[in-house]
Design a binder for this molecule. Sequence first.
Ligand code: NAD
Length: 319
Amino acid sequence: MLIVPETLIASLVTAEDAFRAVEACFAAMARGEACNFPVVREALGEGRQYGFKSGLDRAAGQLGVKAGGYFPGNAAKGMINHQSSVFLFDPETGRPVAMVGGNLLTALRTAAASAIAIDRLARPDARVLGIVGAGHQAGFQLRAAARVRRFERVIAWNLHPEMLPNVGAVAADLGLPFEAVDLPRMREAEVIVTITSSPVASLMAAHVAPGTHLSCMGTDTRGKQEADPALVAGASVFTDEVAQSVTIGEAQHAVAAGTLDASAIVPLGEVLIGRHPGRQTATEITLFDGTGVGLQDLAVAAVAVQRARERGLGIEVGV
Ligand code: NAD
């Protein structure tokens, strides 16, 4: 078994690698070649969440699980709040193949999913990017979005405004003008990414202009919520995995309220393989409910393992 520690990941996997790997796994899911297993997600108290996301991609030969969660006290200890590790197994024998640090990979694969949705669903002429959130993931989201559209400026809102310079610094690094705004000014954006751990909706229908694409990425647990359920119910909703969208994703609230039918939610993979057209008018609001699936984790971890083996990196241990 190869151990690929967190410290090696940045030198092994790029944003482009993550984009391609996640695109391939969403497409495999739509073709019925890959499936995610039910998510286990438990509250540990004091806001800590711990769980397992797992799956099998027959086409790619990937079987495995990501174990980890969200520990909100970590930031004060100088660590990121998300902590995880990915374990890969041989799908034929069940023997362990690799253990891979999952923190950077989670940020890369989450930002990749959002960017794939923007690439396929946002209007081609989108020029203003809105970000709701300013935590660890927000900068990755901004960088990934900037790879798929020619944005000319970035606007952002966060409940804790003192965190917004984190996003501003990434915008500056990308050479994009940045402005902190009130939520009603999100109407200036043609693409909005939400990436917070909020338990209540902040982005309301009145804050979003017709024709906008939303990537709602923060809600990955029962009880979290970023967008007004009326906004969700009025949008064309796409997701990574419908079963997760209706239980732990942003759509959980509109579905529970009976204003959105689960059968109306389209897996993004259907768009990738040409089975669904995606955006159909310039004025519809498209919404990607990115819940984060285990297969995404396996896909990027497999890239890390392949690169590590090619370069003789990592720690081989007998099992
Ligand atoms: P973080 O702890 O670094 O940042 C948290 C963000 O949420 C900050 O912007 C903070 O201001 C905001 N926030 C905190 N409490 C809030 C509240 N009560 N109301 C409104 N906003 C609040 O977290 P992160 O690593 O940037 O992750 C952000 C979210 O994305 C988390 O919910 C995390 O679980 C989720 N996430 C989702 C996926 C996925 O695949 N969909 C992957 C990774 C992380």
